[in-house]
Design a protein around this ligand. Structure first.
Ligand code: TRP
Length: 463
């Protein structure tokens, strides 16, 4: 099904009018798959392992798991609920649900923060995904990284070569835009149906190989030994932030995907699949990556270079390493691609639904703007390396504004909105939960999520 073009006369008129012509996923499973596609990304395979490595291993994992269970998952349900109830992109979903319960129209700002924040994330996400594509090509062309110096040199060479960085970022953005341009079912859903099974299969092969060729028990100790004393405020901060990022919370992506979900699907059981899969995939990737890292006596606390420097080094010293390196970077590329699609979709959906722009034009136009910002990020690593925004590099500024500012603020706003502002009756109607489960979820949304996030947020500002 394609989006119907909305005649100009309808522009800006009631958002609800467009709802009858909106696309929807072909089934509940399709929604689960695309939402897993959104949440499983560089966050799971690039960021989670290195953050775990640099924040004391199991202490970080434990706090992260609690944050997912108590904060991110309840908020994910709330986001799906708003999207489905409002039947629109984040801006119109917020507007129509606010209208329904007589709340201030200022709530629409949450929708705007989401749709625009997602584009800011995409601008640097596309650059990191570009590094991955570069390593994918290197792996396929048989480049071997034999020594620590090789690993460092090859990463530095990439970062200092603006043309390469821009080339890979461009390629990645073209791939992302071309999926979104094709529409909800024949673009986004189809791409996920192809890539996600591929991703699961490759991951299982890697874990299996990690168990055979790596040091799985050291990896398991590192990730799962309980060490309460290692839990510091810094670890908690990092874990909460990552629990948001990894489940794609607060930036309109889940809201938009939820708006294409049929009324008959149960939000709670549907979202469990997503939260559990995202977490499991992060942990499995962590096991595979650390079992190889430890097998070669390499340091886990490498920071962002973990999968780009340490891991290729580990691969090159193993039988079949070339093949598995190629598979690994293919896995990360798939994961990044399906996430990037979800970062582009909210704003594109707004252009299509509220401004009557043709989908392909909306996708390519938005993609172009994001690509330009991403190009500035590429240049900020080398040609413009003196450039700084309040003492931060452009990359850190974009990452900081989105994950430390916009995501927590939106998280608080969504918890307060569904917990306190929307009519309880409509929330109950959407959720269709037993009374005990509903009360537990509602309490997490009303109290735990806003207070917990606010606490962390204030700490982060002070730190
Ligand atoms: N969750 C993705 C990851 O782990 C990134 C992502 C996709 C995202 N869509 C998002 C993050 C929306 C925040 C909001 O890589």
């Amino acid at each position: 099904m394609r989006f119907a073009w909305i005649p100009p006369i309808c522009r800006g008129c009631s958002d609800m009018k467009t709802s009858s012509s909106r696309s929807s996923w072909s089934s509940r499973w399709a929604f689960i798959l695309v939402t897993i596609g959104s949440s499983v990304g560089l966050g799971n395979i690039w960021k989670f392992p290195y953050m775990t490595g640099s924040h004391g291993g199991s202490a970080f994992v434990l706090v992260y798991l609690l944050c997912v269970l108590l904060i991110s998952w309840p908020l994910m349900m709330a986001e799906i609920l708003i999207g489905r109830r409002g039947r629109g992109n984040p801006v119109s979903a917020m507007r129509s649900t606010a209208r329904e319960c007589g709340a201030s129209s200022l709530w629409v700002l949450v929708g705007w923060a989401g749709a625009l924040g997602a584009l800011l994330i995409l601008s640097f996400y596309g650059v990191v995904a570009g590094w991955i594509v570069d390593y994918l090509f290197k792996a396929f062309s048989g480049v071997r990284i034999e020594t620590v110096q090789d690993a460092k040199q090859s990463f530095d060479a990439l970062m200092n070569d603006p043309r390469q960085l821009i080339l890979w970022q461009t390629l990645f953005m073209v791939f992302t835009v071309s999926v979104v341009a094709r529409g909800v079912v024949s673009g986004i859903e189809l791409a996920n149906k192809i890539m996600m099974p591929g991703l699961f299969i490759i991951l299982l092969c890697l874990v299996f190989w990690g168990a055979l060729a790596g040091d799985m028990s050291a990896a398991a100790h590192f990730l799962f030994d309980i060490r309460f004393e290692a839990i510091t405020p810094k670890v908690v901060l990092a874990a909460v932030g990552h629990a948001f990022f990894s489940l794609s919370i607060g930036m309109g992506a889940i809201m938009t995907y939820g708006s294409y979900l049929g009324k008959e699907s149960n939000i709670a059981t549907t979202s469990v699949w997503v939260a559990v899969s995202d977490t499991l995939i992060g942990l499995l990737a962590g096991l595979a990556i650390f079992s190889l890292t430890f097998r070669h006596g390499l340091a886990p606390a490498e920071g962002p270079g973990l999968i780009l420097q340490t891991l290729p080094l580990a691969f090159s010293h193993m039988p079949g390493g070339g093949l598995f390196a190629a598979l690994f970077f293919l896995l990360v590329s798939f994961a990044a691609w399906t996430s990037a699609i979800s970062l582009l979709e909210p704003f594109v959906a707004w252009l299509v639904e509220n401004r009557g722009v043709r989908r392909s034009l909306a996708a390519w136009g938005t993609g172009l703007a994001v690509w330009l910002l991403g190009m500035c990020v590429c240049l900020s690593f080398n040609v413009w390396s003196d450039f700084s925004l309040f003492g931060h590099t452009l990359f850190d500024a974009l990452d900081g504004v989105t994950s430390r500012l916009l995501m927590p603020l939106s998280g608080i706003a969504i918890g307060v909105y569904v917990g306190w502002v929307m009519e309880r009756k409509s929330v109950e109607d959407e959720m269709r939960l037993g009374s005990g489960a509903f009360s537990a979820w509602f309490a997490m949304l009303r109290y735990l999520a806003p207070v917990g996030i606010a606490f962390v947020f204030i700490h982060a500002l002070n730190g």
